[in-house]
Write a protein that binds this ligand. Structure first.
Ligand code: FES
Ligand SMILES: [Fe+2]
Length: 347
């Protein structure tokens, strides 16, 4: 079950071009493409003539041409050309989904189109600021429910165990990190302070820390699928008064989890470095480190999904470090319950 009246990341803007891209989102087959006016568009990936998937067609001047008998659909899903037929019936159309291109993402709305308000899309201006925040991004297909990946990001005590050789560090320091938690209308924010701690390998590689560091991680979950991350570190003592503005190391990560099916998702993530910005090799090296760390998450979460599918969740026990994760889950349950009260207009 998915929250549908919400914006999800459908793809990176640079993934979507004139070659149609098939992507299942919230269990619906969608085809993404750019029309001849460079507008990103999303249609149900099934032609309304005989049901061929539209992604096997191609983009032509007027829109997306089905690869079976040549019907053409524009970005709104209206059929604009039927070979050998003058008059086109009004109902010759496929469902379209609202899309918005913003901050290097293409966002899609899977619910009632009348409720799709673009102002509600999470902003991430770092993606547009290549001078101060050069970034790289990618997408990992994950064979696990999107919520298991969000769970992973809401309980960072896993860093000391899963990411020992990359972004992790000492497990005890992670478990003992001081946490400030704030609830929001669409999720939860938290800040973790790890003062006077041992720097993880990624941090040392990035800026060459010699001794202990003060480390601060701010995370925000925005339902249903965004986790925003602001991270900084300074030499030990630098954050004693709680001010992180003078960080030696700063980076910004965006984690977007978009459900594919009940047990698979797309993990869109970006890494923007606020250090050594004029060295492309630094951006590359940082990205490679984060990429390796997130593969570690993928491995453990996919294994978790396999076991949960086999044995279920009824015997699982929550511990102290689950408190933020539980708030996130409660937010999702509330949104699902609210939607259940208001059936979708499109259904
Ligand atoms: S199935 Fe698409 S044109 Fe016939
Ligand atoms: Fe992780």
């Amino acid at each position: 079950m998915f929250v549908r009246n919400a914006w999800y990341v459908a793809g990176w803007a640079d993934e979507i071009g004139v070659t149609p891209l098939a992507r299942r989102i919230c269990n619906e087959p969608v085809v993404l493409f750019r029309d001849s006016r460079n507008r990103a568009a999303a249609l149900l990936d099934m032609c309304c003539h005989r049901g061929a998937p539209l992604h096997i067609g191609k983009v032509v001047e007027q829109g997306l041409q089905c690869g079976y008998h040549g019907l053409v659909f524009d970005h709104s899903g209206a059929c604009v050309h039927v070979p050998g037929q003058e008059h086109i019936l009004e109902r010759t159309r496929v469902r379209s989904f609202p899309v918005v291109e913003q901050d290097a993402f293409v966002w899609i709305w899977m619910g009632d189109p009348a409720k799709a308000d673009p102002h509600k899309i999470v902003r991430w201006p770092y993606h547009n600021d290549t001078v101060n925040w050069p970034h790289k991004h990618t997408m990992y297909p994950i064979k696990a429910a999107a919520m298991l990946m969000v769970d992973n990001l809401m309980d960072l005590t896993h860093l000391g165990y899963v990411h020992v050789s990359t972004i992790g560090g000492n497990p005890t320091q992670h478990v003992e990190a001081k946490m400030d938690v704030e609830r929001t209308s669409l999720g939860v924010k938290f800040t973790r302070w790890m003062l006077n701690s041992v720097p993880p390998p990624t941090y040392v590689k990035a800026v060459g820390f010699q001794g202990r560091i003060d480390r601060c991680q701010r995370f925000e979950f925005v339902a249903p699928g965004s986790v925003l991350q602001w991270t900084g570190a300074s030499d030990a003592g630098g954050y004693r008064d709680g001010d992180t503005s003078d960080s030696k190391l700063a980076f910004r990560l965006y984690h977007a989890l978009t459900p594919e099916t009940d047990t698979s998702c797309f993990y869109f993530w970006s890494a923007a470095n606020g250090f050594r910005q004029d060295e492309p090799a630094a951006t590359e090296q940082f990205f490679e480190q984060v990429a390796a760390a997130f593969l570690e998450d993928k491995t453990v979460v996919e294994a978790q999904q396999t076991r949960l599918a086999e044995l279920g969740e009824s015997a699982l026990v929550d511990i102290a470090s689950d408190s933020v994760r539980l708030h996130m889950r409660r937010t999702m349950e509330r949104l699902l319950a609210e939607e259940a009260q208001q059936p979708l207009a499109a259904e």
